[in-house]
Design a protein around this ligand. Structure first.
Ligand code: GDG
Length: 481
C-alpha cells in the first residue's frame, strides 16, 4: 500500500537507542503486560479502537511506537514485539491521575462529546497534561530519523505536534483525532483553548473522523487565531501550513470476516445461541462501559418493549457486553452502578425461571469470542449519544456471512455518516429506539438484505488499510516547515 512510501527502512536499536523513519505516538502502547503464574512476563495486544486500528499499519511500515505501557512509576527500555519497536514512556501515579484520568478523561472526553457529562477544569490537571505531552514529544524527537514521518494520535496528545515541530522542524507531523471535535461554542469553555488549538496547528496534517469536525476546527481557527484559512488549508504567521481534513477510520474488514467464518468461531456462534435457549431474535450491544455509548437508553427501550408485550421474552434475548473502562474515574463508577440497577430491574420485572431477557456481561473477551457474538446476533444495537466513529458497528457488518442481520445505529455516531443504510435512531428519543428495535427484528428479509448488502460493500471497500493509506499519502504530499 502507498503507506509504505513514507518510510525508508526498519527501525534500528543501537545501544538501546531506537532510530525510526516512521513513528506513531499514542497515549498507550499497542501491548499490555501479562504476568504468568510462573513469574515470567508476556506482552499481549491490548483491546480498544486505537490499537485495533493501527496495528496492521505499523506492521506494514516496520515503525516505532511511542506510548505508555500501562504501569505507573516504572521505566522500561525499548523492545521489539511482533515486528513493532516499542518505546515505553513512563508515567508516575500522580500523572496517571492528573494527565490521563483527569485532564484527558475528566475534561477533554466529556467536552469533546457534546458535554454529555459535565467536564471538570482543574489547573493541576492541565499542568500535568503539558508536562506529559512534553515528555512524549521529547521521546518522539529522540527516536525519529532525520526527515521522519511522525503520526501523533488522539486527544491525550494534542500539544505534541507543536512541541515536536519546535524541537524537530525537519519532521513531517500528522495528527489524528479519534473522537469528535466539538463546535466552537462548546470548545471555548476550555480555559486552555488557545494552547490546544496552537498545539494541533503544529502538525502538517490534522485528521478528523468527519468533515463536520474538520469544519468545526477550521471555524475555531478563523475566529481565534491570526491565520489565513482557505478551505482546509491554514497558513500561520510563520509560514507553516496545516491542513484539516476528514479521514473516517475503519477496521481490518477482511481479517474480521475470515475470523468470523472460521469453523471454530461458527461453532461457538451456534453454541452461544443454544446456551441462550435458541431465541428467535438475539439483540447484541458491545461497548466500553462509557456514558457516551447510550447503553442506558438502549436497555431502557428494550425493557419497555418487553414490559409492554411488544417483544416476547420467550422469543428474544438482549446480550449486552460492557468492557470495563476507566474504572477509577468517578463518572464511570457511577454509570456502572446505574447500569447494574437497570439490568436488575428489567430482569426482575420481565424474567422467569430459566429465562432472563437481558444477559449483561461486564468483562472483556478475546477477539474470537467477539467475532462469534457478532456472527450469532440478529440485531446489533449501537446507540451512542456521541461517538467519533464506532468500530463495533463496522465489525458487526464485516462478520456477517450473508446479507442477513440488522444494524441499528445512532445518528450521533460518526459511523452513521458512511453506514447510511443502517436502521438509524436518535438515542435521545426512547420511542424512536423502541420502534426501530421492533422494525429491525421483524423487517422483511429482503429489506434487511438490501440494507446489509450496501453496508457490507461500504465496509469492505473502505477498510483500515485504505484509511491509513489516504492519511499517509496526503501527509506525504504536505510541505514541511
Ligand atoms: C475510540 C472512539 C472510534 C471492545 N470490547 C472488547 C473489544 N473491544 C473492541 C471493539 C472495537 C473497539 O474495542 C472499540 O472501538 P469503538 O470504535 O467502538 O469505541 P472506542 O473504544 O470509544 O474508540 C471511537 C475509535 O476510537 C477508533 O478511532 O471509532 O469513536 O471513541 O474494536 O471490538 N475487543 C476485544 N474484547 C473486548 O471485550 N477483543
Amino acid at each position: 500500500m502507498a503507506a509504505t512510501t513514507t518510510t525508508s527502512g526498519s527501525p534500528t536499536d543501537q545501544g538501546g537507542e531506537v532510530s525510526a523513519s516512521f513513528v506513531v505516538v499514542a497515549n498507550r502502547l499497542p501491548v499490555d503486560r501479562v504476568q504468568n503464574p510462573d513469574g515470567t512476563v508476556d506482552w499481549r495486544t491490548s483491546p480498544g479502537g486505537l490499537v485495533t486500528a493501527l496495528e496492521p499499519v505499523m506492521r506494514a511500515n516496520e515503525g516505532a511506537w511511542v506510548g505508555w505501557h500501562g504501569a505507573p512509576d516504572e521505566v522500561l527500555d525499548p523492545f521489539e514485539e511482533d515486528g513493532i519497536t516499542i518505546v515505553p514512556v513512563p508515567l508516575s501515579t500522580d500523572e496517571v491521575a492528573d494527565y490521563y484520568e483527569g485532564f484527558s478523561n475528566g475534561t477533554l472526553w466529556p467536552l469533546y462529546h457534546d458535554v454529555v457529562a459535565p467536564p471538570a477544569f482543574h489547573r493541576v490537571w492541565w499542568d500535568a497534561y503539558v508536562r506529559v505531552n512534553r515528555r512524549f514529544a521529547e521521546r518522539a524527537a529522540q527516536v525519529s530519523d532525520q526527515g521522519a514521518t511522525v503520526w501523533v494520535q488522539d486527544y491525550q496528545l494534542q500539544l505534541v505536534p507543536q512541541m515536536l515541530r519546535m524541537m524537530r522542524p525537519d519532521l513531517r507531523i500528522g495528527f489524528f483525532l479519534h473522537i469528535p471535535f466539538p463546535p466552537v461554542e462548546l470548545f471555548q469553555q476550555l480555559p486552555w483553548r488557545r494552547e490546544i488549538t496552537e498545539g494541533l496547528l503544529g502538525a502538517d496534517l490534522i485528521g478528523f473522523q468527519l468533515p463536520g469536525a474538520a469544519q468545526n476546527f477550521a471555524r475555531l481557527v478563523r475566529q481565534r487565531v491570526s491565520a489565513e484559512v482557505r478551505r482546509d488549508q491554514i497558513t500561520l504567521g510563520d509560514g507553516h501550513v496545516a491542513r484539516a481534513r476528514a479521514y473516517p477510520i475503519s477496521i481490518d474488514s477482511r481479517s474480521f470476516h475470515e475470523l468470523s467464518r472460521s469453523e471454530p468461531v461458527q461453532q461457538r456462534a451456534r453454541d452461544i445461541r443454544r446456551d441462550l435457549g435458541e431465541p428467535k431474535v438475539m439483540f447484541l450491544g458491545v461497548d466500553r462501559l462509557d456514558y457516551t455509548k447510550g447503553i442506558k437508553q438502549r436497555l431502557r427501550a428494550f425493557g419497555e418493549l418487553i414490559l409492554e408485550g411488544r417483544l416476547d421474552p420467550d422469543d428474544v434475548v438482549f446480550v449486552q457486553i460492557a468492557t470495563p473502562s476507566r474504572e477509577r474515574v468517578e463518572e464511570y463508577r457511577h454509570l456502572r452502578d446505574e447500569i447494574d440497577m437497570l439490568v436488575g430491574r428489567i430482569n426482575g420485572d420481565a424474567g422467569r425461571i430459566g429465562r432472563s431477557p437481558l444477559v449483561y456481561l461486564h468483562s472483556s473477551f478475546p477477539r474470537e469470542e467477539m467475532a462469534a457474538m457478532y456472527s450469532a446476533a440478529d440485531v446489533m444495537v449501537v446507540t451512542p449519544l456521541r461517538d467519533g466513529m464506532n468500530l463495533v458497528a463496522k465489525e458487526f457488518v464485516a462478520c456477517r456471512g450473508a446479507d442477513d442481520g440488522a444494524l441499528v445505529l445512532s445518528e450521533f455516531a460518526g459511523a452513521a455518516y458512511e453506514l447510511k443504510q443502517a436502521y438509524k435512531i436518535n438515542p435521545y428519543d426512547i420511542n424512536d429506539i423502541k420502534a426501530t428495535l421492533e422494525l429491525a427484528s421483524h423487517d422483511a428479509p429482503n429489506n434487511k438484505a438490501r440494507r446489509m448488502r450496501a453496508l457490507r460493500k461500504q465496509v469492505f471497500d473502505n477498510d483500515i488499510a485504505k484509511w491509513a493509506d489516504n492519511f499517509l499519502t496526503d501527509l506525504d504530499q504536505t510541505v514541511t516547515g
